[in-house]
Design a protein around this ligand. Sequence first.
Ligand SMILES: Cc1ncc(C[n+]2csc(CCOP(=O)(O)OP(=O)(O)O)c2C)c(N)n1
Ligand SMILES: [Mg+2]
Length: 277
Amino acid sequence: MKLPVEEKARLEKLCHQFRIDLIETLHQRQTGHPGGSLSVLEILTTLYFTQMDVDPANPKKPDRDRLVLGKGHAAPALYRVLAEKGFFPVEEMATLRCLDSRLQGHPNPLDTPGVEITSGPLGIGLSAALGMALAMKLDGLDKRVYCVLGDGEINEGTIWEGLMAAVKFKADNLCAILDWNGVQLDGVTEDIMPMHNIPERFASFGWHVIQCDGHDIEALYEALETAKTVKGVPTIILAHTVKGKGVSFMEGKNAWHGKAIDDASYEQAMKELGGVL
Ligand SMILES: Cc1ncc(C[n+]2csc(CCOP(=O)(O)OP(=O)(O)O)c2C)c(N)n1
Ligand SMILES: [Mg+2]
């Protein structure tokens, strides 16, 4: 199935607006994680606007698809997409990380409508997502669980335990998406902990592996559509992305992993994105 051209254009425009809005919020609040939020935007947007069955009016309806943001530090991107879906007002983004705000630095399902599980400690998301996927099967629900992982996050041993278990339990309603931006908090992922042959590694654990451009909404859509047809094993989409995507001086730079945006950088970023200062 093809994504209609108008829908693709609409979602691309949305992602551009999300980039501007995130720079605005993170500058205003002087906190947050720009790099990993900018790299995951198309992934989250494609999931929420072309795939997932969720209802902002009834966030806990039992027969829903679920998303686990393993790389929980990209919460600002998740919040912006959830706000656009209607889970809470977009204006609430201005309260990011304020005391008593529903939008904390890492996702919290007790406070934030649309958030499924706490994440932040890297490595816990995949196993949690697997538990949800298996529970859905036990409940006879034909729904899916998506788990977005960072490429630094997959250094964690718990990820590899989850990968094994998902194959053993034939969790074909589980789809992981790797935000493969090549950079983590303090450097290039291949330097911090070399993980050669990433596609072969996942395949050798028994997962169905798909690769695509993680900033190309059509490619993501097609990968997600294909994943739904894979039976008997879970699928991982290795989405090639750029950390800090869209802001030249942030792209590929671990320095922008979790840095507050100063005034000069804010002005430069807004100029590049065509945002209003
Ligand atoms: C268990 C654990 N160890 C360390 C950290 C600190 N930390 C937060 S983000 C991050 C790097 C994550 O890199 P990656 O998964 O590649 O994320 P992205 O590049 O998408 O931002 C680290 C080490 C953490 N949150 N959890
Ligand atoms: Mg990374």
